[in-house]
Design a protein. Structure first.
Length: 399
């Protein structure tokens, strides 16, 4: 049964994957001649600012790649807008391992596609390239420039920050309804800067547009998870094969809670999850001269990543990759041989799990999950065990 279900899951992943890729949405671009071309843009919900995008005039047209060298502006209607700009940018590392000792920024001139966050009397833009995150702004009195923030090391090897961006904002975002204290407490983060620029444009009573209402937000979901599992257990002793025991497989139940954080990029296709789950395996095996019993109860704690593949607005497939920690509840193996009772404490090791499932309307889900073998006797050198599980899991999202 395990091999059949696992093969089915793998087959479904490959068969559906071609239908679940990032789709095309209505959009436009403006070329170097100032001409606006409308059509369909492949929405990759870019985490890193792109240097090109894929465009086609209609569903039947062949897609073409357009690069930053030929396009002044492009966008997906009502969602995203990028502007080409030649700017001075500081690429100083924010990694603690790579901090330099200069408090001042080292600007280099580059041509970039900047993501438009707020467009108004005061406009806000962002640029992201892997671990690098920079913000830019423009007002009626000031051209486009970077908001300056830098982390550096002092001569005493302490981490310090150049927060010059706050002075820039204090100088340019002056309005009676916006206090200096509000600017001073604004961190160099998407959500806080978006809120500040929104507040300023509201204060000035001017029309403005926000292109990334969910920028910087991570969605959270909590789900009840219950299901059935088919588990099998074998133990072996390298010093005495007479103690080897195959407990066979048993159908059991599992119940848990899943907390999932949907990451705010790539169209909500990636999530981080943790799923504490109660499970048990209780069995006895009578043999010639050896009776064996296992009483194994534990709290499994799978955590890892999930990738969604959308079929429609309410229907999607997903694939999980998980690391599984296991916390047992005073679980034991017991062996009776010639009237003598021996006991071994169970101390589970860490294993991996992969799952494939279906989600409907962000409310109901079903998943087939395979767990790699888990050793339950990590404290005993001569002993080894394989605990294998295949689960069918049903979920209901609480919120």
């Amino acid at each position: 049964m395990k091999s059949i279900l696992t093969s089915l899951a793998i087959a479904l992943i490959f068969n559906f994957n071609s239908y679940c890729q990032t789709g095309y949405e209505k959009g436009y671009f403006i070329n170097d001649n100032g001409e606006k071309v409308e059509g369909l843009i492949k929405n990759a919900d870019w985490k890193n600012n792109p240097v090109e995008f894929t465009f086609k005039l209609s569903d039947d047209d062949q897609p073409q790649a357009w690069t930053i060298g030929y396009v002044k502006e492009f966008g997906i209607n009502g969602k995203t807008k990028y502007l080409r700009a030649t700017v001075n940018i500081d690429r100083s590392s924010e990694s603690l391992k790579s901090l330099d000792r200069a408090s001042q920024t080292a600007f280099v001139e580059e041509q970039l596609f900047l993501k438009v966050l707020i467009e108004g009397k005061a406009s806000l833009y962002s640029y992201e390239d892997r671990d690098l995150k920079r913000f830019f702004f423009k007002t009626e009195n000031l051209g486009l420039r970077q908001l300056v923030f830098k982390t550096y090391l002092t001569s005493a090897n302490r981490v310090a920050e150049n927060n010059h961006y706050k002075q820039q904002l204090l100088s340019e975002l002056k309005c009676s309804g916006l206090s200096g204290k509000e600017i001073e407490k604004t961190d160099y983060r998407s959500r806080e800067l978006i809120d500040l620029f929104t507040q300023y444009n509201d204060c000035e009573n001017v029309e403005f547009r926000q292109y990334s209402p969910n920028e910087g937000k991570t969605n959270f979901q909590l789900s009840l998870k219950a299901g059935i599992k088919n588990s099998a257990l074998e133990i072996a002793n390298s010093e005495s094969s007479a103690r080897d025991t195959d407990f066979g497989s048993k159908i059991g139940f599992r119940i848990g809670l899943e907390a999932e954080f949907i990451l705010p990029f790539h169209n909500d296709k990636w999530g981080i999850l943790i799923e504490p789950t109660y499970q048990s395996f209780i069995s006895e095996k009578e043999g010639i001269g050896l009776d064996s019993r296992v009483n194994y109860r534990s709290l499994e704690v799978p955590f890892g990543i999930r990738h969604y593949m959308f079929l429609s607005e309410v229907s999607k497939l997903f694939v999980n990759g998980l690391v599984v920690m296991d916390l047992d509840f005073n679980s034991t193996f017991e062996f009776t041989r010639q009237g003598a009772l021996s006991s071994l404490d169970i101390n589970p090791g860490t294993n991996l799990a992969v799952g494939f499932g279906y989600n409907y309307n962000n409310q109901y889900s079903a998943e087939i999950r395979y767990y790699t073998p888990r050793d339950l006797l990590t404290n005993y050198g001569p002993w080894a065990s394989d605990y294998n599980t295949l689960s069918l899991i049903f979920g209901y999202t609480l919120f």
